[in-house]
Structure formats: structure tokens, C-alpha cells
Design a binder for this molecule. Sequence first.
Ligand code: B12
Length: 215
Amino acid sequence: MSDQNEKLLNELKEAIINCDEAEATELAHKVLDSGIDPVYSLQKVIGESAVIIGQKFDDGEYFLPHLVMAGDAMMAASKVLESALDTDSSIKSTVVLATVEADMHSVGKNIVGMMLKASGFVVHDLGVDVKSSEIIDKAIALNADFIALSSLLTTTMPYQREVIDELKARGIRDKFKVVIGGGPVRQEWADKIGADGYGKDAIEAVKVFKKLSSK
Ligand code: B12
């Protein structure tokens, strides 16, 4: 990548870290105009800025309002970058996507949703803080192939297990493939709770969904 493009991506990262939604939106448009790969930009800029914002929060330099404003700036930039993703329409699988109960984090879920849509999946995003029973009822109603669960808090990861346990209790575990992800989630947790797949980021998520839909 040219120095100029690298500089532009850094400026976008800085705008997000500074919680400047308007600047982030404008710079995201400039990124697209410069022909930089939107997938790379989504992963690199959003991912790296989130790490720095999280550190500032840990260090007591940032407080909750900063996280909210930075989250808005991340989403605004993501929406612009999303518009340039190529859509592949060869896959017809349906995904019910949600952030689990008691968890308000939406940015990572939204990026995964965007990338899945761009890869041809039909995505029904139920939003954040969604009860396990509601997620399952919706998956049944839509005759979905996948249930995708995002969790950003260690305290809400158990709701990912709750969805799987409730599917088992209802006798419909085999009807859906359950894929999980989110900051603190790891492959070991996916294995432990009996999820069908795990993705550490949106690029891996798409690979996992594609692999599972060809089974
Ligand atoms: C922005 C933010 C917020 C915003 C969210 C705004 C929004 N609209 O989403 C707000 C202000 C609401 C918030 C609130 C809180 N937050 Co917060 N937040 C963050 C922050 C800074 C960024 C999260 C983010 O958007 N990351 C960017 C995206 C792109 O990354 P991601 O979500 O991980 O998603 C990627 C992957 O995980 C994966 N993925 C995600 N979902 C899925 C799903 C599937 C199916 C798959 C396959 C993959 C996948 O792909 C994504 C794209 O690559 C993080 C710090 C960090 N470094 O993550 C803290 C962080 C997550 N928050 C934290 C905390 C503690 C809180 C609060 C409890 C603070 C408080 N004291 O009240 C509250 C909880 C509110 C609640 N009930 O949910 C902690 C969590 C600690 C923990 N491990 O439990 C963190 C890590 C900060 C920190 N260092 O302490 N937060």
C-alpha cells in the first residue's frame, strides 16, 4: 500500500479514536475514492481503533460516553465502507444474527452482518440485548440455517451457551448451525458449549459460514 493510502487509513483511525463521527464519515468516503480495499479497511481501521479505545477505557482516560461516541464513529465509517463490498448471490443460506441478552455491543455484530450479506447470505439482524428464546423463535419462524451470536462481555458469554442449551431442550439442536464470536470468545469456549463454529473476526466468520453451509 502507498504511503498516502496508509496515511489516510491512519487519519480515519484517529478520527474514530477521537470520537469524531463527521470526520470519520468523510474520511471513509476518501478511503473508498482512493480505491483502498473496503474489507481491509473495515478490519484494520475498525479493529485497531477498537483496541486503542478499549485501552484508553482501561487506563481511565476514556469513560462510557467516549465508548458510545467512538462506537457511533465506527458504525458511521463501517456503513460507508459497506457500500463498496461486492455481493455474491450464489449462497442462499439464512442467518439469524444477534448480540446476546444483556449485551449492548453492536459494532462487531454489524460488521459480521455486512460481510455475510456481501458474501450472499440472507441476514436477519435482531439487534442487541436479545433474549435466547426470542432468537430461537425467530430462527424457527424464518426457517433459518444459522444462528449467529455475538458477545463482547465475559458476563454475557453464558447466554451463548443458553441458546444452545435451549435448542437442545426444545429438541431442535440439529435444525440450526450455531456460530459464535465477539471479543472475549475463543475456540475453546465454542468447543465447550458445543457451538458448530467460531470466528475471531469478520473475515474468518465468512469462511466459517461458507464452510458450514457446504456441509
Ligand atoms: C464501543 C464499546 C462500547 C459501546 C458499544 C457501542 C456499540 N454501539 O456497540 C458501549 C458504550 C455501549 C459499551 C458499553 C459497555 N462496555 Co464496552 N466496549 C466498547 C469497545 C471500546 C469497542 C467494541 C467494538 O465495537 N469493537 C470493534 C469490533 C469491530 O470488534 P468486535 O466487537 O470484537 O467484533 C469483531 C470480532 O469479535 C468478531 N465478532 C463479533 N461478533 C461476532 C459474531 C459472530 C457470530 C462471529 C463469528 C464473529 C463475531 O468479528 C468482529 C469484526 O471483526 C470495547 C473495547 C474493545 N477493544 O473491543 C469495549 C469493551 C467490550 N466494553 C467493556 C465494558 C466493560 C463495557 C461496559 C460494562 C462498561 C460499563 N462499565 O458500563 C458496558 C456494557 C454495556 C452492555 N450491557 O453491553 C469491556 C469488556 C470487558 C469484558 N471482557 O467483559 C471492553 C473490552 C473494554 C475494556 N477494555 O474494558 N462499550
